[in-house]
Design a binder for this molecule. Structure first.
Ligand SMILES: Cc1ncc(COP(=O)(O)O)c(C=O)c1O
Length: 348
């Protein structure tokens, strides 16, 4: 196998920078299960403040932060509604059903883009003992499998006002909300305030090795803290990891614009090589989903051919391949990916 020149498999691949490792080594720590880790406390308060919420809860993963959020709002036997490509329904391995007895229904969309008609066509309330009652709408921003799609704040507000009138809660899977904020210029708190709970990841484009934060009301986070322990997510001297998250928030948010520009440059080059594989205007953040079928390739063939050029990518469908930019992919890596993709796409 060729040496890897650009690893575009996922933005979870980042390794801590030397400065991040130093911040981790210096971190003040205590036993977080007893609420005594000062660095975790600072991180939770900081993220809650950034998102316009009262309190935060540090979790090992984004999946756990999401699952805690979902169970806070949905009683067993009730339902959530989400986009059909949402991470909570497609990639958390049925956790909402397994752990919380939650049923799910999904709406279809273009690139994961939120159209209020999607959720509002599903939300069902006041149906007594005859149908499943909807308790929660889940929105993902940016939308991962949709190709890093940024959700328009106007559409979010429209759903919020309709669901509030019906007594239905909203949870934001904001694993990449940082990317949405940098791409759109919408303040994090403006997104955050439209939801009852928000999960954000520090371990994706921000470059921390581990960690997510769930935010919401102080009461909701107290309840989530109990469930986190029950799920086995109570961690001890974990300030050593929270420090990486704090470092990432301070140093790695604005630079996400570089990832977005590189992803766009790659998309422009692919579209120039084979019109139809991607519409570059749809590349808003750090994720590109190519329709390699438009170049006469299967996703498996494209992934293998790129790997032979030292570029790692990920098949997300029979003709769809995802490429994700992050802290560890620079201009040289991007140029290598462009050259390899051009060659493979035009040879087909
Ligand atoms: C949109 C979205 N939500 C949640 C998660 C879950 O994060 P984790 O892998 O930390 O559980 C991911 C992971 O890729 C994601 O893309």
């Amino acid at each position: 196998m060729a040496a890897i020149r650009a690893d575009l498999l996922s933005d979870t691949l980042t390794r801590p920078t030397p400065a991040m490792r130093e911040a981790m080594a210096r971190a003040d720590v205590g036993d977080d299960v007893f609420g005594e880790d000062p660095t975790v406390r600072v991180l939770e308060e900081k993220v809650a403040g950034l998102l316009g919420h009262e309190a935060g809860l540090y979790t090992p993963t984004g999946s756990m932060a999401n699952q805690l959020g979902l169970r806070l709002h949905v009683a067993p036997g009730r339902e959530l509604v989400a986009d059909q490509q949402a991470h909570v329904v497609r990639a958390e391995l049925g956790a909402a059903a397994v752990f919380s007895g939650i049923t799910s229904r999904t709406w279809a969309s273009e690139r994961g883009l939120l159209d209020p008609a999607g959720p509002m066509s599903l939300v069902t309330t006041g149906v007594g003992p005859y149908q499943v009652e909807t308790s929660l709408v889940v929105v993902e921003n940016t939308h991962n499998f949709g190709g890093g799609t940024v959700q328009p704040i106007g559409a979010i507000r429209e759903v919020r006002s309709a669901t509030t009138a019906l007594g239905v809660a909203m949870h934001l899977d904001g694993a990449r909300l940082w990317n949405a904020h940098v791409a759109s210029g919408v303040a994090l708190a403006d997104y955050g305030r439209e939801f009852d709970t928000v999960s954000v990841c520090l371990s994706k484009g921000l470059g921390a090795p581990v960690g997510s934060v769930l935010v919401g009301s102080a009461d909701a986070m107290a309840e989530a803290r109990i469930w986190r322990k029950r799920y086995g997510g109570g961690m001890r001297q974990v300030g050593i990891l929270a420090a990486a998250g704090l470092h990432a928030l301070e140093h790695h948010v604005e630079r996400l614009a570089d990832d977005h520009a590189r992803a766009r440059r790659f998309a422009d080059a692919c579209a120039e090589a084979v019109p139809g594989v991607i519409d570059p205007a749809t590349v808003e953040t750090n994720i590109v989903v190519l329709d390699v079928g438009a170049a006469g390739l299967t996703s498996a063939a494209f992934v293998e051919a790129l790997l032979a050029h030292g570029v790692r990518t990920y098949s997300v469908g029979p003709r769809a391949v995802r490429l994700v930019w992050h802290l560890d992919v620079d201009d040289a890596g991007t140029e290598a990916a462009i050259a390899a993709a051009r060659e493979v796409l035009t040879a087909a």
